[in-house]
Design a protein around this ligand. Structure first.
Ligand SMILES: [Zn+2]
Length: 151
């Protein structure tokens, strides 16, 4: 079976198509019921059982949970990835800035410059903070090296 008609229980080609037996085409909530009466949700045996029950006059009454499941299947919501920053205006916390300061000092100011480069488009506020912290440090460290080598 391809799909069961929500109205008369006959076999249909497509869950959302109109029924050849009764001419009904699912609209609104009937579309959710039609999805539940399709192979996307039921096995062949269950489809045949549903078909027989509807043909005998029982109108399918799915639970709110099943309707919600059908709604999700028909209108997939793009899932937001966990831990990803979506707020472009999010500023760096004091702890993050302190970490960046330490990284710039102990490793290289390239850490801060790299972050600035990555954040320029997506997090302009954080990028500006990283640059404001890193640029003076980079200059100071560079002057320090020049002083050490050329004195
Ligand atoms: Zn029908």
């Amino acid at each position: 079976m391809n799909a069961v008609c929500f109205s008369c229980g006959q076999d249909k080609d497509r869950p959302m198509g109109s029924c050849r037996a009764c001419g009904q085409k699912p609209v609104g909530e009937e579309r959710l019921i039609s999805w539940l009466l399709s192979p996307s949700h039921l096995g062949q045996e269950e489809l045949e059982e549903a078909s027989a029950r509807i043909a005998a006059g029982t109108f399918p009454k799915p639970s709110p949970e099943l309707l919600a499941e059908a709604r999700d299947a028909l209108n997939p919501v793009p899932h937001t990835r966990v831990g990803e920053h979506h707020d472009p205006d999010a500023a760096l916390s004091f702890k993050r800035l302190a970490l960046l300061f330490a990284a710039n000092l102990l490793a290289t100011p390239l850490v801060g410059l790299t972050l600035w480069w990555f954040w320029r488009q997506r997090r302009p506020v954080a990028a500006k903070q990283a640059l404001r912290l890193t640029a003076p440090m980079a200059i100071a460290l560079m002057l320090g090296w020049i002083f050490l080598f050329f004195r």
